[in-house]
Design a protein around this ligand. Structure first.
Ligand code: GLY
Ligand code: MN
Ligand code: MN
Length: 506
């Protein structure tokens, strides 16, 4: 493959402002204490302890080789520590955050190297004290025998502190309220978190740009994945936030395609969905590229519709905006576009009421991004303002669901599900806006061809000519600001993307 290693200073895309650079280079500590206080505010209690064990070191099954380490996200949120075998406690009444770290025996260092010492951790992390996990049992035994409120808030029943026989019965364990409280806290990002997500976006944007420069000279989807990985690793991160999707031709119609091993020969487009992690924070970016450097006419028409859907929807992002309304806008622009191309047909009102456009735009418009690529969506109490992006995942949207969405908010006595969908965007949420149009033959013929409610609105002959386009998706990470939005994704798109591709030809 025609590809060389890339040095950091080649990337204009990696210009961060000073503040973000300080954060990204760890001159500013991860705001664990601020996060702990936020969680307690959501818990609405005055006493008790929050206890979160981190990810232990684990081997592959029947092997002496380690699994790829991935820190537990709830633990990380209250500590910022990204190594194995730690725990964190937060004593609510005393506002005391303690990081518990493993003691590393000198002989272990010989094989696996060291972990940060207690002194180093105290310097590095925003915690009040650092202790060794060997003392954790004693700490909880002592707490269990104290006369004060002994509630210990844990995430799941299997994450209770291990005190040995007898002692645990004196602790009052609560595993029902911590996760919802943490999910609500995680929904709105701190400035530090936004800087991490922005940095991940900068690196991945540089990787997308590099693919665009090379695309006309590549032969196979696997070369695209290799470039993405190479640029991210060369810029300091080994982790992708999800498996790279490089789907060419009809593979682009599979939403989570990841075989990435097909030839690019004779294909029109490739859907490239790739985003790395930076310090546990995700990015999520999709571009659809013309493999020859120029979209053939049908692909160009679909790309133009999706680009319009995305531009118009991003413009709608601002505090107070109802998310489902933005989805409906995307669906309506998609429907108009497909009607003009003759893929959809019939009376506009009737096609809209049937929700048939969801056959081609079959997923939610986006999701939150944070410590997970499909980040927590908050499980907000109904009275709270916020957003419910269908459990934070890019979920299936069927015509029936789309039709239902159109009626959210019609009546005052809407049921709780409808009320939840009325929740709104807030400043410092980060969401993706990722409309797409796909021509998945199995899905369309399996569910719509024989359904009289939809089949009559689709011109199956015209559609036949579009299957080879595969799919088009365009996705950016959008920060909700106080008065609008800030697009965190700087990967080239639109005319700029075509320029980059065509300048890259040799
Ligand atoms: N890359 C997964 C998604 O876009 O949701
Ligand atoms: Mn996404
Ligand atoms: Mn994506």
């Amino acid at each position: 493959m025609d590809y060389d290693l890339i040095l950091d200073d080649e990337f204009d895309a990696l210009c961060l402002d000073v503040r973000d650079q300080d954060i990204a280079s760890a001159k500013v500590k991860y705001p664990a204490k601020q996060h702990a206080r936020r969680v307690v505010k959501e818990l609405d209690v005055e006493h008790g302890i929050i206890y979160l064990p981190g990810q232990p070191e684990r081997l592959l099954e029947d092997s002496d080789q380690p699994r790829l380490f991935r820190q537990r996200r709830y633990f990380y949120y209250l500590s910022g520590a990204n190594f194995e075998d730690c725990a964190v406690t937060y004593e609510i009444g005393h506002d005391r955050l303690t990081l518990w770290i493993p003691y590393i025996e000198p002989r272990q260092v010989l094989w696996f190297g060291s972990k940060p010492s207690a002194a180093e951790c105290l310097r590095r992390y925003d915690v009040d004290e650092v202790r060794y996990t060997t003392q954790l049992n004693k700490f909880f035994r002592c707490y269990a025998s104290s006369p004060s409120d002994r509630t210990t808030y844990i995430l799941h029943p299997d994450q209770a502190p291990n005190l040995g026989s007898g002692a645990r019965s004196h602790l009052r364990l609560d595993h029902s309220v911590l996760q919802p409280a943490m999910d609500r806290a995680r929904l709105v990002k701190t400035e530090y978190e936004v800087a991490m997500i922005r940095h991940a976006n900068n690196i991945s944007s540089a990787a997308h740009r590099k693919v665009a420069e090379r695309i006309t000279r590549l032969k196979n989807e696997r070369e695209i994945e290799a470039i993405i990985q190479a640029v991210c690793i060369a810029n300091g991160t080994r982790y992708q936030a999800y498996p790279v999707i490089a789907g060419s031709g009809v593979n682009g119609s599979t939403l989570h395609y990841n075989a990435n091993n097909a030839s690019l020969k004779g294909k029109q487009c490739v859907v490239l969905d790739a985003g790395c992690e930076w310090e546990c924070y995700a990015s999520d970016i999709t571009r659809t590229l013309p493999i020859s450097g120029c979209f053939p006419p049908k692909a160009a028409a679909i790309h133009a519709i999706v680009q319009r859907m995305q531009n118009e929807c991003i413009r709608q992002v601002r505090p107070g905006k109802l998310w489902h309304e933005i989805h409906l806008l995307a669906a309506s622009i998609g429907m108009d576009g497909l009607l003009k191309l003759g893929i959809l047909k019939g009376d506009t009102e009737q096609v809209a009421r049937a929700g048939t456009v969801a056959a081609f735009f079959p997923h939610g418009l986006g999701h939150h991004v944070g410590l997970e690529v499909h980040d927590v969506s908050g499980s907000l109490p109904l009275a709270t303002q916020g957003i419910q992006l269908e459990d934070g995942k890019r979920v299936m949207v069927t015509p029936g669901m789309l039709a239902q969405m159109m009626h959210v908010g019609d009546s005052e006595d809407a049921n709780p599900v409808q009320q939840r969908k009325r929740q709104r965007l807030l400043p410092n949420m980060v969401v993706t806006v990722e409309p797409g149009i796909y021509f998945c033959r199995e899905y369309l013929e399996g569910y719509f061809r024989n359904d009289p409610n939809h089949s009559r609105f689709i011109d199956w002959e015209v559609l036949e000519g579009y299957y080879e386009v595969g799919g088009v998706r365009i996705e950016d990470c959008i920060l909700v600001t106080r008065d609008g939005f800030d697009n965190l994704t700087v990967a080239p798109k639109g005319d700029e993307l075509l320029d980059v591709i065509n300048r890259g030809r040799k």
